[in-house]
Design a protein around this ligand. Sequence first.
Ligand SMILES: O=P(O)(O)OC[C@H]1O[C@](O)(CO)[C@@H](O)[C@@H]1O
Length: 457
Amino acid sequence: MKGIEFDFSNLFEPNVKNGIKEEEINEKKDQVKQIINEVLEEKPGFLEVPYTRKWVDRVLDLKSWVQSFDAVVILGIGGSALGNLALQSSLNPLNYNTLGEDKRKTPKIYVIDNVDPDYIASILDSIDVSKTLFNVISKSGTTAEAMTNYMIVRGIIESYGLKGKEHLLFTTDPEKGVLREIANEEGIKTLEIPPTVGGRFTVLTPVGLLSAVAGGIDIIDLVNGAKDMCEKVKNDDVWENPAALNALIHYIYYNKGYNISVMVPYSNRLFLLADWYRQLWAESLGKRTDIDGKEVFVGQTPVKALGATDQHSQFQLYNEGPFDKVVTFLKLENFDREITIPHIHDDIPALKYLGGKKVSDLLNTELAGTEYALVEHNRPNMKVIFPEINPYNIGQFFFAYEFQTAVMGKLLDINAYNQPGVELGKNVTYALMGREGHEEIAKEVKDKLKGKKEIKL
Ligand SMILES: O=P(O)(O)OC[C@H]1O[C@](O)(CO)[C@@H](O)[C@@H]1O
């Protein structure tokens, strides 16, 4: 199967002025070779995922039960939601939930990944609870947002006189956490999140696979795509390894002050891949200390934009603003649907040229124009090319970026698998919401907030 391709041309001299030189890659070739081998030897949990058939089998065992519902609602946040959103929006039609049952043979899929009451209520208003499965996903089994949404739906399930275990499925750690305890006590069905796989690397575990199966996505192809990409990125020659080369290029640019990485899908269906990437790149690489504990304050800020929409919003800045961005386009060669622009105004020269053209040609021509403009403005950019959107290609994409993140973590000499920087905010929330065991921090925070000088207009 033809897979995705990485086009790095516009990152290098002479294609782009002040671009990086091949020698700069060659200087780091040996270091990257060593890094690739270290990653392979250390076997971070995500590396094993495409080879662990039991996740796929367990999810497939649940397929007919899951697909018997009218709707499946995912309750999770961060790594327990973003992969699900990316999978559904890329591999199912954008109007999937609103399609009639003659066209949509599998349940509607919703993801509630926030604790905004307007948002939660709007989704709950759209479903029939008695015909809905709620898949609560939390690796830790304690995250406030996921647990809040679980308690809300549990309350509704009970208020309808329905049985919790017939409408709930927990995806969580095999042993630890509140969800696991509740499931054990009540016999609620569960799926496991491998403890060795960090939340943002779990899309190809039951975290993402269950909703994928619910939505009729071929998870075997998805995992095969990841597996084939894994085989490809095991190559320790950086010039043959797209993930390692991409990491090294981003690292070199980062050290030259390019501290923003912008991902720009030219496809609405691919847009949420950029959201998934944002968490992966930000949480993995944004670190205060290196692996020896020395303060380094590193990280490249991931930003998403949509082509062609954001040409009319962001690209003025990208073309003429500071030299601090590396742009990655996601290009789709063959769209599932096509629309030909009708010959409506052949008498108006400003519109005539559009008549008879395919919309996908216009979109990809706009991409070519944007690339050309970036190059003319001496701005580094690259493309990930999808021949079409299918589970295999999406699986390849996920795995390539996971491996790229692991390599980038090593280049930056940081731990790419923890997220200590999110703990304080979480603990303060627990404290201010009155969670037991957080009394001291609650007092400290309240005292500090009291002494704060206010500047409000
Ligand atoms: O799956 P959990 O444990 O609920 O965590 C959700 C998310 O919260 C974080 O721990 C912090 O944002 C992420 O790393 C993780 O993906």
